[in-house]
Design a protein around this ligand. Structure first.
Ligand code: NDP
Ligand code: BG6
Length: 512
């Protein structure tokens, strides 16, 4: 499998960020590109062109994105095993004086330019193409188009790029598409058909940044490079699987987008389903994108039909916490006053295959909750024939914490040391930050940007996966919409609606 750092072997890459004036561009895309520069992982030569309708100079764009750039962490990379030596290196070099952050930014921005243009006018794309060619100087070159745009302009932009901006120099063309990948199966298919007219399947990278998170990247290794988990990973041992995503923030002015989608479409149908696939799929034949994709597809096909009874939806309400008033969802100016869009969703899925039949798969996602966390919890069954009847014996649990404070820990029962026979729950604990001195945890967007540059399709979502995922959620979403299903209210900063607990209880389990 290719390693991400091979991007350093590339020459003449142009990255075009469409929607460069926007939120994602400044918060994630430019910082990811700067990370590659800082880590010494960028291609040998590259040009970054921001493109949008706003009238901006190169300097304006620089000012806009600079506050979001990652600061150097002062780590000495020379002893780190997370960034292998450069393939361009010719042996040990004299130690150079490290650049300051300001100097690094100056150097990085030397390769950044801005082009103003619309998303639907042919002549603007022809002009963009000329601008790209100017920096390529007639050499064989590669082009990466990043669509950091609202969905209503995706297709216009993709089709114009396909027609007027692809390189014909013999290098590659790649386009990165952000979610939302449609709002339902029909709009997803329309988007796919439109994209397929201008880019072939190996040129399209559908990004799901949860897949780029370090611990998600570790799921296959944990499962398939260790012998101990394989026999445990089965309905005979596992009571339930929980995938939990909680945020403490509300929509914070992003209601315009969110109100049209809701938590199920925004997070569950895509991000959480990707995690579910990696946790529950069968071992792939190899680590090739095709083989991994084949297993995800098989798993998605094995998921039983879901119904509105398998869901609890909620919407947060204002709450005064320690004298501070936190607004409710409907108080947000960007949200319709009568909105019944869910900001919380909990559901139970069933997988009908030999490994998982009968094991409830619980998923929960919500905004304005009591904590920020993204984790997978595998709850094991009670010990059969328990000998310690006089003690509380908690079932084992494997916790895979993706954020914050990346960790993998196993809850086991242990004897309390000393002159006692009492038991206690202890942790077999691998917490990443204990090792952070030598481990470099990249930002998801930076890692995925590297993957696009080297053409590693493994961490991107195939058309078939998304289509199957929509087939699972479409009928229930339609059902909820038809019935105007009202979300259960919950207080800002709470655990979410209590109905989620009843849902779990109906399946004989408890949220961790
Ligand atoms: P923005 O709303 O900030 O839009 C990006 C740019 O697109 C704007 O700066 C604007 O540039 C242009 N634009 C905005 N609205 C319109 C419109 N109605 N018609 C034409 N052009 C428009 O979006 P984000 O940066 O937040 O998101 C970009 C994409 O990434 C979206 O698909 C979003 O769903 C996805 N995404 C965003 C995340 C985030 O955290 N922001 C997280 C995950 C995905 P100009 O007017 O200068 O042309
Ligand atoms: C985005 C969702 O895809 O992921 C947001 O649209 C959510 O609603 C965000 O807040 C969470 O991502 P992260 O990486 O910040 O946890």
């Amino acid at each position: 499998m290719p390693i991400a750092t091979d991007a350093r072997k590339l020459d003449n890459v142009t990255v075009v960020v469409l929607g460069a004036s926007g939120d994602l561009a400044k918060r994630k895309i430019y910082p990811a590109l700067f990370s590659l520069y800082q880590e010494g992982l960028k291609p040998k030569t590259w040009t970054i062109i921001g493109y949008a309708r706003s009238e901006l100079s190169d300097e304006d764009l620089k000012k806009r994105v600079t506050p979001f750039m990652p600061k150097p962490d002062g780590r000495d990379r020379s002893s780190s095993n997370s960034v292998p030596p450069s393939p361009n290196s010719t042996g040990p070099k004299k130690k150079e004086e490290p650049l300051t952050l300001e100097q690094k930014l100056e150097k990085f921005f030397e390769d950044c330019h801005y082009v103003q243009g619309s998303y639907d006018e042919q002549q603007d794309y022809e002009r963009l193409n000329k601008e790209i060619e100017k920096y390529e100087e007639g050499k064989k070159s590669n082009r990466l188009f990043y669509l950091s745009l609202p969905p209503n302009v995706f297709l216009d932009a993709a089709n114009n790029l396909g027609e007027f901006c692809k390189t014909k120099s013999g290098g590659w063309n790649r386009i990165v598409i952000e979610k939302p990948f449609g709002r339902d199966l029909a709009s997803f298919q329309e988007l796919s058909e439109g994209l397929n007219k201008s880019f072939n399947s190996h040129e399209i990278y559908r990004i799901d940044h949860f897949v780029g998170k370090e611990v998600v990247q570790n799921l296959n290794v944990l499962r398939f490079a260790n012998v101990i988990f394989d026999p445990l990973w089965h309905r005979s041992n596992i009571k339930c699987v929980q995938i939990i995503f909680k945020e403490q923030l509300g929509v914070e002015g992003r209601g315009g987008y969110f109100d049209h989608y809701g938590m199920i479409r925004d997070v569950v149908q895509n991000h959480l389903m990707q995690i579910l696939c990696l946790v529950c799929m069968e071992p792939p034949v190899s680590l090739s994108p095709e083989d991994i994709n084949a297993e995800k597809i098989k798993l998605l096909k094995a998921i039983s039909k879901i119904d509105k009874e398998d869901f609890v939806i909620g919407q947060y309400r204002a709450k005064n916490i320690s004298g501070k008033e936190y607004p409710g969802y409907l108080d947000d100016e960007t949200v319709d006053n009568n909105s019944i869009t869910e900001t919380f969703a909990a559901c139970v899925l069933k997988i009908k295959n030999r490994r998982w039949d009968g094991v409830p798969i619980l998923m929960k996602a919500g905004k304005a909750l009591d904590e920020k966390v993204l984790e997978v919890r595998i709850q094991f069954k009670d010990v059969p024939g328990n000998l310690y009847t006089e003690h509380k014996v908690s079932p084992n649990e494997l916790v895979i914490r993706i954020q914050p404070d990346e960790a993998i820990y196993f809850k086991i029962m242990n004897k309390i040391p000393g002159y006692t026979d009492r038991l206690t729950e202890s942790l077999l604990d691998f917490t990443y930050k204990d090792q952070k001195k030598s481990i470099n945890i990249p930002e998801a967007y930076a890692r995925l940007m590297c993957d696009v540059l080297i053409g590693n399709e493994n961490n991107f979502i195939s058309e078939e996966e998304l289509s199957l995922s929509w087939k699972i959620f479409d009928p229930v979403l339609e059902q909820m919409e038809k019935l105007h299903m009202t979300p259960e209210p919950y207080a800002f900063g709470s655990r979410g609606p209590v109905e989620a607990d009843y849902l779990a209880a109906r399946h004989g389990v408890k949220w961790s």
